[in-house]
Design a protein around this ligand. Sequence first.
Ligand code: GRG
Length: 296
Amino acid sequence: MLNVNEYIAQAAKDVEMAMDKLVPMRQTSPEAALYYAMRYSLFAGGKRLRPALFFATLELFGMKREAGLPFAAALEMIHTYSLIHDDLPAMDDDDLRRGQPTCHKVYGEGMAVLAGDALLTHAFALMTMPLEGIPAERQMAATHEVALQAGLSGMVAGQAAEMEAQGKEKDRALLDYINEGKTSALFAAAILSAAHLAGATEEEKEALRLYAYRLGLCFQIADDILDVEGDAAVLGKPVGSDEKNDKATYASLFPLAEAKQYALDYAAAAQEALAVFDERADLLRALPTLFVERSK
Ligand code: GRG
């Protein structure tokens, strides 16, 4: 019987072990503070959902997760960099993340900027290391996909669109555009990079792209709702930060019950996108509902 929470917990252990090896501490180097800052945020206890999505997709195609460990680590490193930079005074100016002081609160703003920069660039170093048993052109396609989704066709674009939209009138279409960039794009990076590595067909990749984008939207709406009615102790950060930062969210544009219904609609649409796959996609099928019902 498939237990999704156990699967995610095991994925977290596997990627943490890989990251510990791939980003080792350099205590005696002149730049030791950079390593402390990077590792402080990397090992601060995230849910490790992007590596779990990456492994689940590799395994959907019958591949072993060990083959892609550097990619799983790289995806979590890119996610971590985005959180470090997002917490900076120039962006959200947050003091707490995952229940602990944010990177810049502990190591200073300059070092937090560099920790983010180093995590991002080292992620690309890891993804371009030769992978045993995987053709180089598949690895190239996977790395290219991550670059697009993490950057100008995804996460950075979404973050910039959100900054530009601050203080202006926003509608649902703009909100979805922002959320697809900020949240869906890294889910897509995880899922599609695994699909490229596994040699998925164009039809399979298109189905997974739709799934990832819809999964991101339902995850983000749940996040918006948690920021209003979640438990700060469970979330590890204060609630109400979206309102404080004047962020348009599903919870500010719509009554909560309506926002919840939109999350459920995107969850159902994400599951529909997987129709081309057999029962090997059952783990991916279970995730949208889990993401909507989560408490952190
Ligand atoms: C600074 C380029 C740049 C981008 C920042 C990630 C991000 C974009 C902003 C953080 C705020 C936010 C709510 C983003 C949406 C994505 C998201 C829900 C991040 C949190 O992901 P989780 O819940 O985090 O997987 P954990 O802590 O479990 O790793």
